[in-house]
Write a protein that binds this ligand. Structure first.
Ligand code: DGL
Length: 260
């Protein structure tokens, strides 16, 4: 089955990266909406329009399932896409439940884009988990820009994160949740800044498990290299420079994979 992974940009590669390890025998399409990234600072109407166009394209490619590897697109558009299309559509959910299950009395800092943290979806999740007094939300839009220009580790990244996180008393917290798939590229800088007891959690494993559950795919070992077609906003990526750039993003994810 051809499975599509869709994001505004390079963040979704972090979810695909996990899928490649667990489902190496499948065929993947990775779609980054590079013409329109970032989504997180745009209006909901615009994001809905972008997601709709990407879905139309992916359905035309004959995919059997779409993973919306973007918290922002999930927050804005997954409901509408599920009403429109009948194939399995798997969205992202910030790993808030995972954090609260392990540490029910400690606060959680959920970081995401501005659209995600002001959206109804996250508020509903917090309400469902009765975590109103345990969750703080923080938008980190510049991380999306840093990631897109492959600035993964720099003095500017560290300074930005130190500034954004300075006001929290982390003694009250158990975890920092990465509620934007672009934020995975910065796990090492985050680990350096945060006190050691703070867990860094992403929603990737939950999403892949949901993909497996919804599609009945089987995890298997495979010797063959995974098959991935890359697209930028509907254009197939064939240029060798761009393909090697995508490889660099995947190598960066190898580097930070084990950081929790
Ligand atoms: N990667 C995206 C997310 O998970 C969105 C980043 C953006 O385009 O602003 O939210």
């Amino acid at each position: 089955m051809k499975i599509a992974f869709f994001d505004s940009g390079m963040g979704g590669l972090s979810v695909l990266h996990d899928a490649l390890k667990i489902l190496p025998q499948e065929e993947f399409i990775f779609y980054a909406d590079e013409d329109n990234v970032p989504y997180g600072t745009k209006s909901r109407e615009e994001v809905l329009r972008f997601v709709d166009a990407a879905f139309k394209f992916l359905i035309e490619q004959g995919v059997g399932a779409i993973v919306v590897a973007c918290n922002t697109a999930t927050s804005v558009a997954v409901k509408e896409m599920r009403e429109k299309y009948s194939l399995p559509i798997i969205g992202m959910e910030p790993a808030l439940k995972v954090a609260l299950d392990s540490f029910p009395d400690r606060k959680v800092l959920v970081t995401a884009t501005a659209i995600t943290i002001t959206g109804e979806k996250i508020l509903k999740l917090i309400e469902k988990l009765r975590a109103e007094n345990l969750v703080e939300l923080r938008a980190l839009p510049r991380l999306v820009e840093f990631a897109e220009r492959q600035e993964f580790k720099s003095a500017a990244v560290e300074e930005y994160l130190r500034g954004e996180l300075a006001s929290y008393d982390f003694e009250e917290f158990s975890s920092l949740v990465l509620g934007c798939t672009h934020f995975n590229y910065f796990k090492d800088t985050l680990r350096k800044i945060l006190p050691p007891h703070i867990k860094i959690l992403d929603g990737n494993a939950g999403t892949i498990n949901e993909l497996i559950r919804r599609t009945n795919l089987k995890s298997a070992r495979s010797e063959k290299l995974p098959s991935i077609e890359f697209y930028y906003s509907g254009r197939r990526v064939t240029d060798s420079e761009e393909l090697s750039k995508l490889k660099k993003f995947l190598s960066r994810l190898d580097e930070v994979e084990a950081i929790r």
